[in-house]
Design a protein. Structure first.
Length: 732
């Protein structure tokens, strides 16, 4: 069934008087929700609410951030509950969004609860309150839909009794959306299983025409029509995407130091608080440290930030107690602060659609908000990394299905000993297979369903091609000489965009923000701070489970007397500053560049790290890991370190003669197994005799999984070394 877009006509059995009374009730609920007596329902808000409450229809609302999509489902919930309907179930993608939504609901007297990874201890109480009818709104993450206990015990009751089902950030349902999340595809099954008469609302701010059509088609699903007054078409409401408060600009700066100086110079000159987005956790942490160093009150907000700290940071930003949150995409959707004064990106997101979504956080209730993009030279490399996590080739998938069919239920860790894929790709594949019905998640792991399954190569290729196209579009956005807002509106197929329209507010339209560039002294100060090298390298402390299945007798915790000490690296590869130089070094080596030893530019940072590093006990000799791809680099590095510390190079850890080169694109268990079989300690007789009771400095070029240095350190400790201090150029 093809969904039909309608924006003005509402079908239903309610009389005109009923509609007037219902609108008055909806208006009162809106006032309570926003806490302002002058709040007025938009016409499209009322159209959607009436369709949900009076006609029990399915609706898709595609409207810009700040338009009031959440008001639609909270007002509809208030009206439906007043009419005896069950609770509203909202599928919401991020914890920050859930917290905002709970607070919004409470303002309107709506009792809202969440079930997510951050409140596991409260799940049982929430389930009890739902059963007792004490919950008006339940917010769940898409991943929760396939938690075995929730899926099998809680969800069926909710689906049967729900008064309304809401899918927030609904573009994720579509393979064409910018964020391919397998768990969102599970929602299609949830919708098809709903009893007749339960209305469904899907909302998003970031869907172009193709995504809108796909989501509407999935909303229509296979629902059986039970009455002519319950039309099967999906009500689609799309509005214009211009945001009059946003002033867009791009600042193409020569290096990371200039970018940091720009932030330190510009942010204090903007009234209010905002968000600085970074592409990696390491960059977010570095930017946070730098801005704090120049006196700005900022906080890091990433996927590695403690949940309690995230909540405190959100509240501090809402209350303007911090100048900015320096965030990754962990704060990418739904954070609701109407007076957010700026959004700055240090590094470009991988698509204009994702970019529009994130900048949409700013200026929702202000006359002006500054939106600046500072593209980085490493942006494409970061995009390529995330692209590398795509769905695996068919041979890997078939092998996984065969293993599960033969072994029965297996945990993800147990699967890693049988499948080569890295953990993140393995988990993505299992989620897709689960959605497709080929495997099933159960308590403790995964099992085969035995159902036939086809490898949908066309779909995976389509997703990959869409991502590539979006990346090219983002590159085009950076280089624009035409209106930036017009470009973003066109990328999302804004139905109200007219030919030749210009916003008049962006840098290409002539709205140039004065005093936005730092001076030479500010850049020099940033470069000096950025040039300080050195990061700690924590040793591995636990062997992967199931190594005995791979013929490797290692299990449990790594014994203290077989473990490396905390080491040092010059920098993380995903960091600003030295990280860029290291990425260039390793990237050029993989493309066949000459192996000429340690580049001159990296010699001083190596000396700086060694000089600032207190190694106890002091090493008596240097051992290095022989490299098959960069032998000259590692040997040169080890010899230079030895000269600086005035100790000898006493041996190497080398591949076993005739052994094959190890693969890096495998999971942790497989990587460890390959390294354990391949490496051996090569010390001369005098060095071997003198090793017991002495410390060693262990040198390698970089750390990826960490298992090479872990195995090498264990070999040295078993040979008698009292301590092993790892030293590498890069981590990551």
């Amino acid at each position: 069934m093809t969904p039909r877009a309608q924006t003005t006509t509402v079908h239903g059995a309610a009389t005109a008087n009923d509609a007037v009374a219902m609108r008055q009730e909806a208006q009162a609920a809106l006032v309570a929700l926003v806490g302002r007596a002058d709040a007025i329902l938009r016409e499209d808000q009322w159209t959607a609410i009436h369709a949900l409450v009076a006609d029990r229809r399915r609706a898709l609302v595609v409207q810009r951030t700040g338009w009031g999509k959440s008001a639609v489902y909270f007002v509809a919930t208030s009206l439906l509950r007043a009419r005896g309907a069950g609770p509203t179930v909202i599928v919401s993608p991020l914890l920050a969004l859930m917290r905002n939504q709970v607070e919004s609901a409470q303002r309107a007297g709506i009792r809202a609860e969440t079930i997510n990874s951050a409140n596991v201890t409260e799940w049982a109480d929430v389930h009890d309150r739902i059963a007792d009818g004490l919950v008006d709104v339940l917010l769940v993450s898409p991943e929760r839909l396939n938690n075995p206990g929730f899926r099998d015990e809680v969800l069926p009751r909710l689906a049967a009794d729900a008064g309304l089902v809401v899918v927030d950030e609904a573009h994720c349902i579509s393979d064409w959306g910018h964020d391919f999340r397998p768990d969102y595809r599970r929602i299609r099954t949830l919708l098809d299983d709903l009893p007749p008469g339960i209305p469904v609302l899907a909302t998003t701010a970031t869907a172009n025409a193709r995504v809108t059509a796909d989501v509407a088609e999935q909303l229509a699903g296979t629902r059986v029509q039970t009455a002519p007054e319950a039309p099967g078409d999906v009500l689609v409401l799309r509005g214009g995407l211009d945001r009059e408060s946003l002033h867009l600009s791009v600042h193409r700066l020569p290096d990371a130091a200039s970018q940091l100086a720009w932030l330190a110079h510009r942010l204090p000159r903007i009234d209010g608080s905002g968000i600085v987005y970074c592409l990696t956790v390491a960059a977010a942490q570095q930017v946070t440290e730098h801005l704090r160093g120049v006196g700005l009150e900022v906080r890091a907000y990433t996927g590695q930030t403690d949940t309690a700290e995230r909540e405190r940071s959100e509240q501090d930003l809402l209350a303007n107690r911090v100048k900015a949150l320096v965030a990754t995409s962990a704060l990418g959707m739904g954070f609701d602060k109407g007076d957010l004064a700026f959004v700055v990106h240090l590094g470009a997101p991988a698509s204009p659609i994702a970019y529009y979504q994130q900048v949409g956080r700013a200026g929702r209730a202000t006359a002006r908000a500054e939106v600046a993009l500072l593209p980085g030279r490493e942006d494409r490399a970061i995009w390529d990394y995330f692209t590398s996590l795509s769905f695996p080739p068919e041979v890997e998938v078939r092998r996984t299905l065969d293993v599960l069919a033969e072994a029965g239920m297996l945990s993800t860790a147990a699967l890693e000993t049988r499948i080569d894929l890295r953990r993140n790709r393995l988990e993505l594949m299992l989620k897709v297979l689960d959605v497709d019905g080929a495997v099933r998640r159960v308590r403790g792991g995964w099992e085969s369903t035995g159902h036939p399954w086809d490898y949908d190569a066309a779909r995976y290729e389509r997703v990959a091609a869409t991502r590539q196209s979006e990346q090219r579009a983002m590159i085009d956005y950076v280089g624009l000489d035409s209106c930036r807002m017009a470009y973003l509106r066109a990328a999302l197929d804004d139905p109200e965009l007219t030919p030749g329209w210009r916003c008049g507010r962006c840098d290409t339209c002539g709205d140039v923000t004065a005093d936005s560039r730092p001076d030479d002294a500010e850049v020099a100060a940033a470069r000096e701070r950025l040039a300080v090298p050195g990061v700690e390298v924590e040793p591995r402390r636990q062997w992967p489970s199931g190594m005995d299945r791979l013929g490797i007798p290692l299990s449990g915790r790594i014994a203290v007397d077989e473990r490396a000490a905390t080491g040092r690296a010059v920098a993380r590869l995903d960091a600003l500053g030295w990280g860029g130089l290291l990425r260039d070094l390793f990237g050029s080596a993989s493309h066949g560049a000459p192996d000429d030893g340690l580049p001159v530019a990296l010699r001083q940072p190596v000396l700086d790290v060694l000089g600032a590093w207190s190694r106890e006990p002091a090493p008596a000799g240097v051992v290095y890991v022989e490299s098959q791809s960069r032998p000259g680099l590692v040997r040169h590095l080890a010899e230079g370190v030895a000269r600086q510390l005035e100790i000898p190079v006493v041996g190497t850890v080398r591949p076993v003669r005739g052994g094959e080169a190890g693969r890096h694109d495998v999971n942790s268990a497989q990587r460890l197994a390959g390294i354990s079989r391949r490496l051996e300690l090569a010390l001369g007789e005098p060095a071997a005799a003198g090793l017991p009771g002495r410390a060693v400095l262990l040198v390698d070029d970089r750390i990826d999984s960490g298992w090479t240095l872990t195995v090498a350190a264990r070999l040295l400790r078993l040979a008698g070394a009292s301590a092993v201090h790892p030293f590498v150029l890069g981590v990551g």
